[in-house]
Design a protein around this ligand. Structure first.
Ligand SMILES: CC(=O)SCCNC(=O)CCNC(=O)[C@H](O)C(C)(C)COP(=O)(O)OP(=O)(O)OC[C@H]1O[C@@H](n2cnc3c(N)ncnc32)[C@H](O)[C@@H]1OP(=O)(O)O
Ligand SMILES: N[C@@H](CCO)C(=O)O
Length: 305
């Protein structure tokens, strides 16, 4: 939330120059406030886990947030019960005539497929096109970030020889960007993927900025210049044990999976890992909700986007 100060306070200019968000009294007086409307398109098979992880982060703000959960109608879910979807989820068809302040599109374990072979691809393309017209800012996670960069900007994804798997140090690439406000110079983020997007492809697109990267795990945060699309390759929302779960799962299947890097104490999978990315995750989501959603979205949603 911005700091509200008298219009003529000298500190206002100093803080403005430091990119601290200060709102003068006259602007604050005219600001109308209502709950934010955020939709979550949950493409993960483990829907209940992901709901909890995302709501934990989206809930960590003084703003009131109304959530609608969405699942793709054109995919029959194997791992989430019909009852759960019936009780708590809507589909795009139900909400397509509405407007939202924010949309989160989750990851999905479909990286090995061409985008066009994902059975809900046509529906997802419609949702991504709709998001340009009906949503103030959309936050794409992991596979969804690759899908969004491909659909909106033609950026390809590439198979990796080895899965990027672990918790990696990341750095910021730009100064004075609201999404990065308060980030440490180096921070940790879980990555768990078999594909990547590449800096050289993104740099060709004038409408995109690379905001954060990791020497080892590559591009992390990309944003459209207008802030209406955020693409995040990692899983800051993961619980402390999410990577352990994926590791144990793949081991049990007999897959050739390396230990997640920088994760188990002493690289000993018998020891419980601890999280080093929670504060980063909270900051990333609250910066997005504040600066890209709340401060940008019109009071009268339908009239303004
Ligand atoms: C790169 C990223 O975005 S990372 C995010 C993805 N990570 C995760 O989902 C982690 C948690 N997931 C898991 O552990 C596993 O997917 C499990 C245990 C839930 C299921 O694994 P498996 O038994 O190997 O695969 P299963 O045959 O059940 O299919 C898995 C999922 O693949 C997806 N999928 C597979 N083929 C397709 C396809 N052609 N089109 C669309 N989705 C597909 C579906 O989401 C499916 O699950 P769902 O029907 O419940 O939505
Ligand atoms: N995070 C994913 C990567 C595969 O899409 C997993 O290991 O389940």
């Amino acid at each position: 939330m911005p700091i509200k100060v008298p219009d003529s306070l000298p500190a206002k200019e100093i803080l403005n120059n430091e990119n601290i968000f200060v709102m003068d009294e006259s602007t604050a007086f005219h600001q109308d406030i209502r709950p934010l409307r955020i939709a979550i398109l949950n493409l993960m098979p483990t829907k209940e886990t992901t709901e909890t992880q995302l709501l934990r982060l989206i809930g960590n703000t003084p703003l009131q947030v109304e959530i609608v959960l969405l699942h793709p109608k054109t995919h029959t879910s194997k791992n989430t019960s019909h009852e759960h979807l019936e009780s708590f989820y809507k589909t795009f068809e139900d909400i397509q005539d509405q407007y939202y302040d924010g949309l989160v599109i989750t990851g999905a374990p479909v990286e090995h497929l061409n985008f066009e072979d994902v059975n809900y691809w046509e529906e997802l393309k419609d949702i991504m096109d709709w998001s340009r017209r009906n949503v103030t800012s959309t936050f794409h996670i992991c596979w969804a970030s690759q899908a969004g960069l491909y659909h909106h900007f033609g950026v390809p994804k590439y198979e990796l020889d080895n899965k990027i798997f672990g918790v990696f140090p990341h750095t910021t690439e730009k100064q004075n960007v609201n999404l990065l406000r308060g980030f440490d110079e180096m921070f940790f983020v879980p990555q768990s993927r078999h594909t990547e997007v590449r800096r050289e492809d993104i740099e060709k697109i004038g409408d995109l900025d690379i905001l954060s990267e990791s020497e080892e795990s590559g591009v992390y945060i990309v944003a459209s210049k207008d802030g209406r699309q955020i693409f995040v390759s990692g899983h800051s929302e993961y619980d402390p044990l999410s990577l352990k779960y994926e590791y144990d799962r793949d081991k049990a299947k007999g897959l050739d999976i390396d230990l997640p890097k920088n994760y188990f104490p002493g690289d000993n999978p018998e020891k419980l890992p601890f999280s080093t990315w929670r504060s980063h995750a909270n900051l990333l989501f609250s910066n997005w909700l504040n600066y890209y959603v709340y401060q940008q979205t019109p009071y009268d949603l339908g009239a303004g986007i």
